[in-house]
Design a protein around this ligand. Sequence first.
Ligand SMILES: CC(C)(COP(=O)(O)OP(=O)(O)OC[C@H]1O[C@@H](n2cnc3c(N)ncnc32)[C@H](O)[C@@H]1OP(=O)(O)O)[C@@H](O)C(=O)NCCC(=O)NCCS
Length: 183
Amino acid sequence: MKRQPDRSLQDGQVLRPWTTTDAPAMQLAMRDPLVRQYASRLMDDRDAVLAAIHSWSDQWHHGTGAAWAVVGPGEQVLGTVRFGLLDAELGTGAVGYWLLPEARGRGLASRALNQATAVIFSRLGWHRIELYHAVENARSCAVARRGGYTPEGVLREAMRYPVDGRWSDEHLHARLASDPAPT
Ligand SMILES: CC(C)(COP(=O)(O)OP(=O)(O)OC[C@H]1O[C@@H](n2cnc3c(N)ncnc32)[C@H](O)[C@@H]1OP(=O)(O)O)[C@@H](O)C(=O)NCCC(=O)NCCS
């Protein structure tokens, strides 16, 4: 597998693979209340973050996932987009994302989702990518729609967020490799 590519977004913002030097930034981001609320996994210590960054790199090389950091012009971490394969035979994976508060409200998440999705379809050859968000998370729903992920329904109590262990009804969106890219 070739190296995981970078992608330019806008105003000097870039998608690039996470590196181990980002570990402190990831630990800080995990303290943001909204990032924490919707994290599928809480990574509070440095060892857990480093292990995750190594595993994302391995996943890219095996075609089973990929994670990009969204960084600003000064290389500061602003967010992430991360994919993981759910079913290799079906070529079905899932995606998740977050932005730090200072990067929200500018369309950055939608652009990052769009660009990263294009790389996954073209380079890893997946067939379908699913996106789940808590039903009350309207901002995430808007990102999904802007990213060309079609709403497919509600999955009752399909998720349990580690921050408080509550059951969450999840809105499912998905994009197929054959779906048109959003304009
Ligand atoms: C979900 C999350 C990434 C959405 O961030 P966001 O900034 O609302 O999303 P976008 O980057 O797509 O930006 C959309 C906003 O930018 C505005 N915007 C400005 N220029 C824009 C452009 N060129 N294109 C699109 N939107 C633009 C939009 O109007 C919208 O703002 P509004 O909702 O106030 O109208 C963010 O709220 C977050 O990190 N939340 C915590 C973690 C989380 O919920 N993760 C998802 C779990 S499923």
